[in-house]
Design a protein around this ligand. Structure first.
Ligand SMILES: Cc1cc2nc3c(=O)[nH]c(=O)nc-3n(C[C@H](O)[C@H](O)[C@H](O)COP(=O)(O)O)c2cc1C
Length: 323
């Protein structure tokens, strides 16, 4: 998720589940080919398995970027055919590609020919007012013929005109039945469902119908949700016992990231503000970790304050910093 699932966020999520597949933010082919690819592609070795999501619609560019991703060590290349933002549409990729299944097939084929890791596609069930199952099925069928075996389906249409990207994640109705039917009619493909999933029980329910579930916003806002996934869905013990252990590991990570490349602690901490959601004191804890006046402090000092939920102490510390 752009602006959210950067390498720091993924490090946090990996602490919470050792097995769940993590995805990067969408990276455009333009950014990788003309920008600082090394920086864009940077990730922590702990993040595996991690998929690189690409945005683009030019087969040779996508193949080139897929190779970069493979060489950098990513475990999967995913093509975004679901993003409805205007910037993306101007670049003629993202959700509007659902209107161009043969082009997506060419893109997939170019990438499949270029790399050994899986090439997967994330898409919507339809665009604008096209509500028919056949539209989604034709898209999946065409792209599968080009060598894509895994489809992650956001179970709502993208309305390309009149809705903001945020509205496009909320207003078009969710239609899980379409995704379930894709799995029934393409049993040899791996079909994962996405959209509106908020609890582990909901994940378990979807898994009766499809092969996988992608969780976006809820995993970001309430990352502790992930803590039972290893045990429940992979039959493995969780890697951490409690939120304190996660917070301690994140502070150590903040120190390492800063020493390695100057990443400020707050660019890491901003992704963990939901960690204590639902617990007493969560708001005050969050206030400390997001208090901009504490930016000059080392993360361990901020952590100490957050542990006591010490808003008043935070004021004192900030004043001491300013003095
Ligand atoms: C801030 C934000 C950024 C997003 N960026 C991407 C992106 O880069 N690539 C993508 O495929 N989907 C992106 N999405 C969409 C999510 O992956 C997901 O499809 C959508 O939020 C519905 O799933 P959810 O209800 O579990 O959040 C983004 C969503 C949000 C909220």
């Amino acid at each position: 998720m752009m602006g959210w699932t950067d390498r720091h966020c993924r490090y946090l999520h990996r602490l919470l589940s050792r097995r769940t597949l993590l995805y990067t933010e969408m990276l455009t082919t333009g950014a990788l080919i003309h920008g600082n690819a090394a920086q864009h592609l940077q990730f922590n070795p702990e993040e595996h398995p991690v998929a690189l999501q690409l945005g683009g619609s030019e087969p040779s560019d996508l193949a080139r970027c897929a190779v970069m991703g493979q060489e950098r060590g990513y475990d999967e290349i995913n093509l975004n055919c679901g993003c409805p933002s205007e910037r993306v549409l101007r670049g003629a990729f993202g959700a509007c590609l659902m209107n161009e299944a043969p082009l997506v097939a060419d893109c997939v084929k170019a990438m499949v020919d270029a790399v050994d890791i899986p090439v997967t596609v994330k898409h919507r069930i339809g665009i604008d007012k096209i509500e028919s199952y056949d539209f989604a099925a034709d898209f999946v069928g065409t792209v599968a013929e080009a060598g894509c075996r895994v489809f992650i389906v956001h179970a709502r249409n993208a309305w390309l005109k009149g809705l903001s990207p945020k509205e496009n994640r909320e207003i078009p109705p969710l239609r899980y039945d379409i995704v379930y039917r894709l799995k029934r009619e393409f049993p040899h493909l791996t079909i994962a469902i996405n959209g509106g999933v908020r609890t582990s029980d909901e994940i378990a329910e979807h898994l009766k119908h499809v092969d996988g579930v992608m969780v976006g916003r809820e995993a970001y806002h309430n990352p502790w949700l992930m803590i039972d996934w290893d045990e429940r869905f992979y039959g493995e013990a969780p890697g951490v016992q409690d939120r304190e252990a996660v917070e301690a590991a994140m502070v150590a990570y903040m120190e390492r990231a800063h020493a390695a490349d100057g990443a400020p602690w707050y660019s890491v901490a901003s992704h963990m503000l939901g960690l204590r959601n639902g617990l007493r004191g969560a708001r005050k804890w969050r206030q400390v970790w997001s208090d901009h006046r504490l930016k000059p402090q080392p993360p361990r000092a901020v952590w100490a304050l957050a542990q006591t939920h010490g808003v008043r102490d935070a004021d004192d510390l900030a004043q001491a910093t300013a003095a």
